[in-house]
Design a protein around this ligand. Structure first.
Ligand code: AMP
Length: 225
């Protein structure tokens, strides 16, 4: 069985990408790279990149491709300098076909390939239910588990739980439209070249993690996920 090193979790907002990518990256001993988290950290720290991204994020629109690509390339180069094999789970990137093609080229320049993409499949009504009232730590970005008793502070870092500005209902609707228009074609991009596996994203975190682990196992042994 080959070892998988470079994976993507793709799916609409609220599908559980962040939670699952964090777990999977820890299991694979790789980097969990969430472009949304990177942007939010830049917004919090009021960096030039954050100032550039904030307006798009608040409206539920995508940050322009060139800005996202420069940020991802910098992060990969800093984490995996020449000679070090890249090991990562990407979450929230790529979100356009331009980004997907650029990622393939970026990796090709490093002599590496993206091995597998997992689509977390969750029906729209369930996404709306999950996103309405979702609480996120305003300091570290951890999502408050729905199964936990409601609390005001993050168990991981002590930061305050709050509704993410782009989880407000009107922005959620826009984010879902943007996903359908710009990110669904990325799913087709990977489906066409055989790198896509669809994972049922319904149920609790542990159930989905188990299905994902089975998908990783199947991809590693070269069979259908
Ligand atoms: P997320 O946390 O992944 O839902 O991302 C939050 C917001 O950050 C998105 O609604 C976009 O405004 C922006 N963003 C994150 N990743 C990307 C990306 N790959 N391309 C463009 N915009 C992004």
């Amino acid at each position: 069985m080959r070892e998988l090193s470079r994976l993507i979790l793709i799916g609409p907002p609220g599908a559980g990408k962040g939670t699952q990518a964090q777990r999977l990256a820890a299991e694979l001993d790789g980097l969990h790279l969430s472009t949304g988290d990177l942007f939010r950290a830049n917004v919090r720290n009021e960096t030039p990149l954050g100032l550039k991204a904030k307006g798009y994020m608040d409206r539920g629109e995508l940050v322009p491709d060139d800005v996202v690509l420069a940020m991802v390339e910098d992060k990969l180069a800093a984490t995996f300098p020449p000679g070090r094999t890249a090991r990562f789970v990407l979450d929230g990137f790529p979100r356009t076909v331009v980004q997907a093609e650029a990622l393939d080229q970026m990796l090709m320049r490093r002599g590496e390939l993206l091995e597998q993409v997992f689509l977390l499949d969750v029906p729209r009504a369930e996404l709306m239910r999950r996103l309405a009232g979702r609480l996120t730590c305003s300091a570290c970005g951890k999502v408050a588990p729905a199964s936990d008793p409601v609390r005001t502070h993050c168990p991981a870092c002590g930061g305050l739980f709050a509704v993410r500005p782009d989880d407000r209902p009107e922005t959620v609707t826009r984010r879902l439209e943007v996903y359908e228009a710009q990110t669904a074609p990325v799913v087709d991009y990977y489906r066409k070249d055989g790198r896509l596996a669809v994972i049922d994203g319904m149920g609790d975190v542990a159930d989905v993690a188990q299905r994902l682990a089975a998908g990783v196992g199947a991809a590693a042994s070269g069979g259908p996920a």
